[in-house]
Design a protein around this ligand. Structure first.
Ligand code: AMP
Ligand code: MN
Ligand code: MN
Ligand code: MN
Length: 273
């Protein structure tokens, strides 16, 4: 059984519809997947339906944006009761805060003599949760940068002149939101973002697991995070973080998988069958 617990759709910063993502999963031999769009669950219903059609188990998930002292900390939630009204109230607030942040980023870009318009970003994002990826795409399309990565390295990344931090949600609150809707919380791609101290804090806060398998983790990091998971009785997860489109990550889907045992252990912890 092949399992990929980290996939995005066009409801956040991916380029494919939930149905297309499930089809790609199937084509690449995946039996179980999770859709974990950033701060939205809008793709889940369609993904679960498509999964039923195609014989792919779709675990409802989310990737919440939080931060500690300005460092992005992404928290994955699995098996969430995403239709919970209180949870959706929070997601609506996050959506609005992201719109305001995108406007601030565009203003900063304009001040740097890059006349990108907010409307052109919205045209790209459509109904998705708006993100830096949409702004980067607008910058590429309008020829202000040569490629997607230049947009981040020159303008949008941490420490760059048009950087604006995302939603000011603490990891503590993110973990609580996930547990309030019956889900399990995991530290996303710790190798990419997280210091030892932040990792220790997240464990102290009661995180349920660590994303061990991720394209940004080499063998050594995988071994390291696996040992931390074992030491603190944490669950393990992993996946491709597939988005599609301008980042050329098509080859990742199907190539970053975890054993079904990881899903079984999650279900055991939640008393699910
Ligand atoms: P946001 O959620 O708006 O802060 O945007 C974060 C998303 O942008 C991440 O989920 C990645 O998909 C992408 N991203 C962040 N940093 C970079 C980077 N340095 N290069 C390419 N993509 C990035
Ligand atoms: Mn993303
Ligand atoms: Mn992430
Ligand atoms: Mn992701």
């Amino acid at each position: 059984m092949k399992v990929d617990l980290h996939l995005h759709t066009y409801y956040s910063d991916g380029v494919y519809s939930p149905t297309q993502v499930v089809m790609k999963a199937k084509e690449n031999g995946l039996d179980v997947i999770s859709i974990v769009d950033h701060d939205t669950t809008n793709g889940l219903e369609e993904a679960i339906e498509a999964g039923k059609e195609l014989g792919v188990e779709v675990i409802p998930g989310i990737e919440l944006s939080s931060n500690i002292n300005g460092t992005d900390i992404h928290i994955l939630g699995y098996f969430i009761d995403w239709k919970n009204e209180n949870f959706q109230v929070y997601l609506r607030i996050f959506r609005e805060l992201r719109i305001q942040r995108a406007k601030r980023i565009v203003e900063k870009l304009n001040a740097l003599n890059i006349p990108v318009e907010f409307e052109s970003v919205v045209e790209i994002a459509k109904d998705s949760i708006i993100s830096r990826v949409h702004i980067a795409t607008a910058l590429v399309k309008q020829g202000f940068v040569n490629d997607f990565y230049e947009a981040f390295n020159k303008y949008l990344g941490v420490g760059c002149p048009a950087y604006e931090k995302n939603i000011d949600l603490s990891p503590r609150k993110a973990i609580r939101l996930i547990s309030e809707v019956g889900g399990l919380s995991f530290i996303a791609h710790p190798g990419k973002l997280i210091s030892e101290i932040d990792l220790a804090n997240l464990i102290e806060l009661g995180i349920d697991g660590i994303e061990v398998i991720h394209p940004s983790h080499d063998e050594e990091l995988i071994r390291y995070y696996r040992s931390i998971a074992n030491e603190y009785f944490l669950l393990e997860s992993g996946g491709s973080d597939f988005h599609g489109g301008v980042r050329n990550d098509e080859h990742n889907i199907g190539n970053y998988t975890v054993p079904y045992k990881f899903v079984k252990m999650m279900k055991q912890r939640l008393n699910l069958k």
